[in-house]
Each structure stands twice: as structure tokens, then as C-alpha cells.
Design a protein around this ligand. Sequence first.
Ligand SMILES: Nc1nc2c(ncn2[C@@H]2O[C@H](COP(=O)(O)OP(=O)(O)OP(=O)(O)O)[C@@H](O)[C@H]2O)c(=O)[nH]1
Length: 271
Amino acid sequence: MFNEFLSASHNIENLLLSPFEKTLNKTLNKIDSQVINEKEIAFNLKKVDGALSKLAQHQPLKTLINFIINLINNSQSQRKALTDELTHTYAEVKLLRTQLSESREQAAIDSLTGLLNRRGCQSKLQEFNINQTHSTIAIDIDHFKQINDSFGHAVGDKVIQLIANIIKQSISADDIAARLGGEEFIVVMHNKSIKIAENIAEKIRTSVEKLKLIQKQTNTYLPKISVSLGIAELDEEENWDSLFEKADKAMYQAKELGRNRCVISQTSCLV
Ligand SMILES: Nc1nc2c(ncn2[C@@H]2O[C@H](COP(=O)(O)OP(=O)(O)OP(=O)(O)O)[C@@H](O)[C@H]2O)c(=O)[nH]1
């Protein structure tokens, strides 16, 4: 559904808006050059008209010139109205293009954290060559329900945002970080082995562990926040879903083993 929206939106932009914008631009330029020509003609005719005013015997010619000048003036004011309309349409096309691109982004981004959402993640994954080495980290906040229950949903949201920032800052620009929903995140490490993913996962875990959070209204410390992480590497001929499943399983093992730890998927070996 999201991919259909993406391709429809790109089609509207590439097949409709861009050619329309180009044609509008060309038409506006043509009108501009015609206006300049007409202005020159009107200027010259006015000069001739001035010269003829001194010669009474050329009255019929003078009347003809005045008639032509009036015609040009009328045509220029019509053209000005047309230019205004086309300029307005041009601005509308531009706005439509911006809105399309914004709605594409909004559909792919999680509004709470600014990370990609599930759909955005799936779409971005299409840019990766699945035949290369990639790793993934599944991340879930521990006992998050307690934070919500004790401090309220707004504080829970703030914790989600802080952890999202830690994740964002721990990865490189070519990696993917997404919030899959609730307190669940996924990182896909582009062209990186599980060894590198393990280091990054540990960095995320320790950064979260070090957070010291105070609820401003009551001036009370929140209990220590922690995350459980599962790490896996994409095997040959494996697809993204099964990679995420492996990382998810490892993350649940981390929960079972006491939380606040990283577990490597048993099917993905460290080199
Ligand atoms: N503040 C906030 N809470 C959310 C959001 N989405 C889901 N939740 C809450 O996240 C909590 C998830 O709780 P559980 O799935 O029981 O997991 P947990 O308490 O983190 O426990 P473990 O995962 O087992 O460590 C629920 O209370 C949801 O209501 C959100 O966007 N904001």
C-alpha cells in the first residue's frame, strides 16, 4: 500500500508535474520575449507618430499608427493578465510538488522520534543490496510499562525520544534506524558485519544505562532505564523478514536472561 502510494506520488511528480512545470516555464519565457518585441514596436511607432504630428498632410497615416498602438496596448494588457494567471499556476504546481514530497516523508517518518517508521524502513531497505553483508539490532526498552504507569504517558514519550536520539547518534549516516511501534526499535547496519553491530549495540546499551532522568514537576529521579538488544547478520539467500526475526528472537533471549544486555542470534556467528 505504502509502495503503491510512493510510486503513484513519484509518477504524479515525474509524469505530470515536471513536464507541466517545464511547459509553463517555456510559455512564460516566450510571452516575456514577445512583450519585449511589442514594447520596442510601440516605442518606434510612438516616435513615428511624434514626427507625423508636425506634418498635417499625413493625418490618415497618423490615425492608422494610433490604431496600431492601441491594438498593441490592448494585446499587452491581455498578455499581462495571462502571465499573471500562468505565474499563479506555476506557484501552485511548485506548492503541490512540495506537498507531495512532504507527504511522502510524513508517511515514512515516525512523528514522535523523527526516526523512520516501519514503512519508511521497508522502503529504505530497497536501496540496500541484499547480497552484501548487513547486520541488524532489535532494541526494546525494558519494563517500559512501569515508566508509563508511574510517571505518565508524556514522560514515557520523552524516554522514547531520548533513546531514539541515542540510537541516531550511535549509527552512521548510511545505516537505518526505525521505530517499529511502541518501545521497539530496529537498526539496520549497511555493509557491516555482526562484529561491528555488536560494538554499536553495546554502545547503545551503555549510553541508555547512563541516562539520569529527573521528572521536572516532582523533582524525582526516574528509575534506571535500560534496553535489551538482539543482534543478527544477514545470511546468504536470507530475506529481511527472517533477519529481523532472528534479531527479535535474540532480543527476547536478552529479556529472559535478565534484560539490559545484548544477545547475538545463535544462527549468526561472530567472525
Ligand atoms: N508513552 C508511550 N507508551 C507507549 C507507546 N506505545 C506503546 N506504549 C506502551 O508501552 C508499554 C509496553 O509494555 P510491555 O509490552 O508490557 O513491555 P514492557 O513493560 O516494556 O516490558 P518488557 O518489554 O517485558 O521489558 C505499554 O504500556 C504501552 O502502552 C507510546 O508511543 N508512548
